[in-house]
Design a protein around this ligand. Sequence first.
Ligand SMILES: *Cc1c(COP(=O)(O)O)cnc(C)c1O
Length: 343
Amino acid sequence: MATKNIDWANIGFGYMKTDYRYVSNYKDGKWDDGVITADDKVVLSECAGVLQYAQTCFEGLKAYRTEDGKVVCFRPDLNAERMVNSAKRLEMPVFPEDRFVKAVEEVVKANIDWVPPYGTGATLYIRPYMFGSNPVIGVKPADEYQFRIFVTPVGPYFKGGAKPIVIKVSDFDRAAPHGTGHVKAGLNYAMSLHAIVTAHEEGFAENIYLDPATRTKIEETGGANLIFVDREGNLTIQKSDSILPSITRRSLHIVAEKYLGAKVTEREVLLSEVEDGAFVECGLCGTAAVISPVGKINDHGKEICFESGMEEMGPVTKKLYDTLTGIQMGRIEGPEGWVHVIE
Ligand SMILES: *Cc1c(COP(=O)(O)O)cnc(C)c1O
């Protein structure tokens, strides 16, 4: 066994077929034992529930090689718990949380040679997902499901340091009040594709969605929550029932308080206060990039420029980023239970 011969520092964020994946099937009201298999193909009925009515949800986490050579992942119990909530909201059977964490361990161990070496900036992305697999034509939940996990190595999100991005206030809405914005459903992404393609065509990196009811409050981007830093170095994190509860954001909340000694407030954030200069730094947070610094928000031609500027991450964002990635990579001692050792 040896680490694969790959130019780790230069791979992108894309799919690369690895050796093994985990598969468990749900039938007659129960999950089977689950297997590790080399077969990367899914064979489905043409009428499968997922194909007709998008009954599917997913998760995303990473395995890291730490400084002392261990392979670890970060708070997988929270991904397991979130997938339970997604499944319930989509009328899918729950995949037990302890089995989820064990399946993550198994599939990473099976693909251990695909875990990028420490120091390359690359990581092993882990994608658990579940979908309705039997034929469904009248609108109802499927009776049979498949839960799978594949892994794929991904390169450093930022090559040569994180450059601040420019994002736009979108005219499209992401999630309705009492809708599915708080669960990791594929359907939330399908409907965001037109908005992101449009934003990219206009030269923006991402969309900021507002609350659809009043269009005054900031929600999140297509795949990341927002954090704001004020002049005192304190953190404001937006709060809404229709945003996805990001594990990165929830972890940064604790990092800011425990490691930076900052004050953290979770509350509704108005677009108007951001425009009025209440904050000097802004970042997008999620598993893929940890934090992407935002330099500017464009609201229909009106620019909101953060004082941290367009050259580099703001100082508080940088400290948050360095501390959280330090914990993940084993350079800094994390809170109890955050770093889950796989091997
Ligand atoms: C996955 C996701 C995030 C980030 O969540 P993490 O747990 O930090 O990876 C944020 N917003 C949306 C809409 C997401 O789907």
